[in-house]
Design a protein around this ligand. Sequence first.
Ligand code: HEC
Ligand code: HEC
Length: 451
Amino acid sequence: MIYSPMHYAYAMSVALSLAKQHPVGPASAAARALAVFCLTAGALGAGELAAQAEHRVGLADHRGGYESSDYATESEAILEHLGARLPLASLASSPPLGLPTLTEPLQAEEVNLGRTLFFDRRLSANANLSCGMCHVPEQGYTQNELATPVGDEGRGGRRNAPSLYNIAFQQALFWDGRETSLEAQVWSPLLARNEMANPDRETVIKRLADIPAYRTAFDSVYEDGLTEATLGRALAAYQRALVSADSAFDRWYFDNPDYPEPIPGFDGQAAKGFQVFTEQGCSSCHTLGRSDGLFTDGGFHNTGTGFLRNQRGHRPQRVQVAPGIYVVPQVDVETEVFTDDGRVEVSGDSADQWRYRTPSLRNVALTAPYMHDGSLTSLAAVVAFYVGGGGGDPNQDARIRPLTISQGQQAALVAFLESLTASNVDALVADARSAAIGDRLRHDYRNRAPN
Ligand code: HEC
Ligand code: HEC
């Protein structure tokens, strides 16, 4: 059988959780092959990784029997589509409580086409990886199980996949802000060797043009039909529509200007946490306004994570894949760059070394692991990181310094962060699964372009 990168990735975490729950025998050949993926999870300890949230990937393979050499994928069962569709375009024009209005209206047909494309694996060179496999709807439109995702043929990336909720409101995209247009951004994952690995834009367009359903769909939505530009527009439209707010915090804060009383989902503990959040200066970077808020200033700051990562080294020396079984990961060094200098890579200004874009905190309870490298596995760990004064880089932002707050205040801070989960998350997940994914065409590997 042909394993997709995601099989490897999931099999690795299965191996890890099995190692925890049931003692297993010597590592199989597959387990050894999996080791390379531990690199991508390098920032996480094996035990911590296994302790991640319960596995939810929607309609992809379940994990039963992954450890067996007879395992056969059922991932074509992904063709089921069960979710209820939302009127996403109109949702975006009358956004949920707590968000600004989108400046440009969305067209329903464009959003629908974008949704289908977003979950279609045929957008990748090997037809095995869709956008939605690194930005998994059930996992906060990111990946909960890997610190940094695995792309084509198991090649690892160096950064954590950001959530795509409310991406419409981000001025600068990626952790280093190197892109400003969602339309143009799509070519980055489509062509990256360690993501979807297409050799060039023409190949992607030609592959889609060979699928009659897409030709027809693009012709009916766009005057120009299927082009590099319209592919970007359709994917951008779907992502822009992922507006998500009206959290318990929003109902407490924005619905009631005096916000004195706790409300359902936002208790005294969360209110205390919000007080700590503002008093301790978190809100100077994770900003919010009087009528709406994204919990980000859109700026780039050094919290010391890059410094820590540099100190740790970029590769684990030895990784445990099963009880008593250790491997030293091998990677294709020529294609992977694991050094990460942050914003300076874009600006060329040395002051920007290890500065990363302030992430929005909306839905943050759903988007573990945290930071640009996925190095912190829980919100409690993030809070502990700040209490400890960040990463300890002499050049880090002056606002990141040891905090003297009690254990109770730290727990309250976590309760506040948890209150930022939007009310429409389940509906957006169901909507994501309302599109039929691909069709039953099997990819012909002979057509794979040389790299
Ligand atoms: C192999 C995993 C993977 C795949 C496949 C993938 N992404 Fe991503 N995506 C990432 C990672 C990792 C980042 C962060 C990279 C960085 O900041 O340098 C990212 C960043 C983004 C961002 C910027 C988010 C932000 O907060 O600035 C957008 C938008 C995005 N991806 C959309 C897409 C789309 C659309 C596709 C499909 C065409 C796609 N991604 C496919 C892993 C992936
Ligand atoms: C100087 C600006 C600044 C301040 C002050 C600040 N943060 Fe952050 N925060 C950031 C940046 C930048 C990141 C991303 C760092 C990285 O990726 O390495 C971040 C990341 C986070 C994350 C992880 C989000 C994710 O999706 O990965 C959480 C949670 C968080 N901060 C909460 C807080 C809390 C709570 C406080 C106050 C104790 C705080 N922040 C203070 C800038 C700041």
